[in-house]
Design a protein around this ligand. Structure first.
Ligand code: NAP
Length: 371
């Protein structure tokens, strides 16, 4: 029976992965072993099976006995443990939510509704590293992958609106603390219906800049504001998150002549779900109905939202989409820029298709490959 090691199961991505695996009754047919970087000897997750206490996620002798390692722990852990395991002769499959190994030549970025052919070819050729893509890239491809598959895309500009949880459990918590802090500081003004809006605005602004404002994790106020920089700077002026759009999309699709993709990535104060406003130049001037059909037929999760105010506000927001596997795309229309220019807006739960779901499905694909 295959031995499958799970690392990082209690973080944001890991806990959504556990929920999805329990919902899909995935914990059977192999031996699951759980690891931790901070709670060795404590109890593992409730998965409906008797499992041993948590093992040390830095112990490569123990990890080296696994046939498959599934990790949602993060890049620092991968960079520490993965090279030591391979150096030690470990030949197993490494399935990872972090970006550490994504761009390596011996890794495939996994998003099977979009690139199952690439994954299967990789398995046949003996590739052992299968890495989840950047969440915004994966969600964009789940949404408009049909246009790429039909070779219709000349270039894409993607302007993102990314949730706090995209940065991890601590960031999500800090966003709520910031909201609570603003609420408390403004409460007496809210209690008086006669308070002028400008007075309320001044109070909120003073609160954002006050001494005790909770911002240790983000470094800046996110609640009642936004942060137009995600991840490290690159030499060309992009942020690393922006750099991933071009590099990862073309690697996922394994396109010979890379398609230009660029934009600005922005952290906003939604809790969960990444949203994107896309501008695309198409190679052909197709009618909107035909484009919509291509988008909507690409996979079983993409859902076209009609371009009306009610449908958009009811179904194309993080509040409507959180916790759902569907990836809605709406606001689809030609732009004033010209007939080949298309715009659309898409929202997806980045913890599902942007992180946990491709990992869950890759584990199943790998187990089937091994059986
Ligand atoms: P996270 O929530 O910060 O969790 C990572 C680890 O932090 C956990 O496995 C846990 O490890 C430890 N931890 C410490 N305090 C914790 C607490 N109070 N609650 C839960 N865990 C705690 O990170 P993440 O957002 O899941 O991201 C994991 C990796 O996936 C990263 O490489 C990230 O870039 C990538 N990713 C994230 C997203 C997203 O939307 N968040 C999307 C795609 C990819 P121990 O149990 O060992 O202590």
């Amino acid at each position: 029976m295959a031995r499958v090691a799970f690392i990082g199961w209690r973080g944001m991505v890991g806990s959504v992965l556990m929920d999805r695996m329990i919902a899909e009754k995935d914990f059977h047919g192999y031996e699951p072993i759980f690891y931790t970087t901070s709670q060795v000897g404590q109890k593992g997750p409730e998965i409906g099976l008797d499992i041993p206490p948590l093992l040390d996620a830095y112990d490569i002798t123990d990890l080296g006995q696994a046939d498959i390692i599934v990790t949602c722990q993060g890049s620092d852990h991968t960079k520490d443990v993965y090279p030591r395991l391979r150096k030690d002769g470990w030949k197993g499959y490494w399935i990872d939510a972090s970006s550490a190994l994504r761009m390596q030549d011996d890794s495939i970025i996994i998003l099977d509704p979009v690139n199952k052919d690439v994954i299967e070819k990789g398995l046949r050729q003996g590739i052992k590293n299968f890495i989840g893509g950047n969440c915004t890239v994966s969600l964009m491809l789940m949404a408009v992958g049909g246009l790429f598959r039909h070779n219709l895309v000349k270039w894409v500009s993607s302007m993102t609106y990314q949730a706090a949880s995209g940065a991890g459990a601590k960031n999500m918590r800090e966003l709520v603390e910031q909201m609570a802090f603003i609420g408390q500081a403004s409460q007496n003004l809210l209690d008086n219906p006669a308070t002028a809006a400008l007075e309320l605005d001044t109070r909120v602004l003073e609160t954002l800049h006050s001494e005790g404002f909770p911002k240790e994790v983000f470094g800046y106020p996110l609640a009642a504001s936004l942060l137009p920089w995600i991840d490290a700077p690159m030499e060309n002026g992009q942020s690393r998150e922006e750099w991933k759009g071009f590099a990862e999309t073309n690697k996922i699709l394994q396109i010979k002549k890379p398609i230009p993709i660029d934009g600005i990535c922005v952290r906003v104060s939604s809790m969960r779900c990444h949203s994107q406003g896309l501008t695309m130049k198409l190679k052909k001037d197709l009618p909107v109905d035909e484009i919509t059909e291509i988008i909507g037929n690409a996979n079983e999760w993409v859902k076209v939202i009609p371009n009306s105010k009610e449908e958009t506000l009811g179904h194309l927001t993080p509040a409507a989409v959180t916790g759902r596997l569907e990836v809605p795309v709406g606001r689809i229309r030609k732009m004033n820029l010209g007939e080949k220019y298309l715009t659309c807006f898409t929202v997806g739960d980045q913890l599902l298709w942007g992180a946990a779901e491709p990992i869950r499905r890759m584990l199943k694909i790998t187990l089937e490959h091994l059986s």
